[in-house]
Design a binder for this molecule. Structure first.
Ligand code: ATP
Length: 396
């Protein structure tokens, strides 16, 4: 069976790849093939090469990079190499391999092999279809696991009974694809998945965090997280973690806060991912379990502190701009944005935090002050007056 690659640019690039491979056999695999067969546009090109003598995915990547006069980015740990076409398309190269799992939850041992073995080591049948890009077989489909039938039947199906126990990150992947494409998880796969949920416990924090970050990139985050929660996956990750029952509301509110921030504060002012982690409401034990960075954890803690403080000391319309400034200045922008809508927070974010003091410590020292607490106090007094005047002037 032949597959038509509709995008002429991608087709041309893949044909170029096919022309430099010599005796090696290259195939596009994974998400690109799945999406192309579903009639969706994809730019996520993974090329698998059957090695031949000393030639493999790495050497093919190098030959192409030489041809296109660009650099190769080699990821030695994963045996992959990335080449970016000068017109802007990125291709990942890897050598066809098979894998053996020696212990659940850890990465497998790999050795070079044939494309068919490489497809059988994959997560689901719909991700285990290959299209040849060798010049003599361009477009030929290879589907040893019957992925095309599963695409047509809208099914996510694993390729063998140990799949989830070998690698329990596939549980997250199954839920992600099933929700994204509105596919069913095939009955046997669902049973295998449920009985492997305990296998999430030995997974490293980093691997789980990566999976959650990939969920953040989906359009249907709420549905995926709710499914994770219903299956007991949040608790398998960390017994103290419960997804809030009003997570859907929280998530949608956070999305509108992000939109507000994009509109009023501009692009790079805050880190959207920090805000997404805030929406999950992770207790500190779960933050540790997921090995969140110290910086991120600090921001999550400070957000909680701000929430508590706002309960006891609410912001009021009677507050002067300098009081609002003094109250909100210590908190990171993400924590403030997460507490919108509040007019005082909006006022601080849009205007007050942009105002720069018109006098510095050196100015006051030049006026005869000596450094010390009095100088700091005088500086703040001057700045507070300036904030109150400027903020009032700009609103009037
Ligand atoms: P997406 O559209 O989510 O990016 P993708 O299929 O491109 O989907 P990747 O995570 O980039 O997903 O992985 C590329 C391919 O590698 C997958 O299609 C699948 O064949 C294989 N793969 C990825 N992760 C696993 C895994 N944990 N176990 C087995 N195969 C995997």
């Amino acid at each position: 069976m032949l597959c038509e690659i509709a995008n002429p640019f991608i087709r041309r690039i893949l044909q170029e790849v096919g022309l430099v491979t010599g005796s090696m056999r290259p195939y596009v695999v994974g998400g690109f093939v799945r999406d192309t067969l579903m009639g969706k546009e994809s730019q996520d090109l993974d090329v698998v090469v059957e090695s031949s003598g000393s030639h493999n995915g790495m050497t093919l990547a190098q030959s192409l990079a030489d041809k296109w006069q660009v650099d190769v980015r080699a990821h030695q740990d994963f045996g992959t190499a990335t080449v970016s076409h000068p017109e802007g398309l990125k291709i990942d190269f890897v050598t066809a391999r098979c894998e053996t799992y020696t212990q659940a939850g850890v990465l497998p041992t790999v050795k070079f092999s044939h494309i068919t073995d490489d497809l059988w080591r994959r997560d689901f049948s719909v991700n285990a279809i290959a299209i040849s890009i060798s010049s003599d077989q361009f477009g030929q489909i290879l589907d040893p696991t019957n992925g095309i039938a599963d695409l047509a039947g809208k099914r996510i199906r694993v390729l063998h009974a140990e799949s989830f126990t070998d690698d329990s990150t596939r549980i997250f992947r199954a839920l992600r694809y099933a929700t994204r494409f509105q596919f069913q998880i095939e009955t046997e796969t669902e049973k295998l998945m449920q009985s492997a949920i305990d296998r999430i416990r030995p997974l490293s924090g980093t691997r789980i965090r990566n999976e959650i970050e990939r969920i953040f990139q989906e359009a249907c985050v709420v549905k995926i997280m709710q499914r994770l929660s219903m299956l007991g996956i949040c608790q398998a990750i960390c017994p103290q973690w419960q997804l809030p029952s009003d997570f859907e509301n929280i998530w949608h509110n956070f999305q509108s806060h992000l939109e507000w921030a994009g509109h009023h504060l501009g692009e790079d002012v805050l880190n959207a991912e920090v805000l997404l982690w805030m929406a999950l409401n992770l207790p500190s034990t779960s933050q540790e379990r997921l090995l969140l960075s110290g910086r991120l954890r600090k921001k999550l803690t400070v957000r909680e502190e701000l929430a508590q403080r706002l309960l006891y000391e609410p912001l009021t319309p009677a507050m002067r701009p300098s009081q609002i400034y003094q109250f909100l200045k210590p908190y990171p922008i993400e924590a403030l944005v997460s507490h919108l809508p509040q007019p005082q927070i909006e006022q601080y974010l849009i205007r007050l935090r942009q105002i720069k003091p018109n006098k510095t410590g050196s100015d006051l020292i030049a006026d005869g002050w000596t450094s010390g607490p009095e100088l700091a106090q005088a500086l703040w007094k001057n700045f507070a007056r300036q904030l109150d005047q400027e903020a009032t002037r700009k609103t009037s």
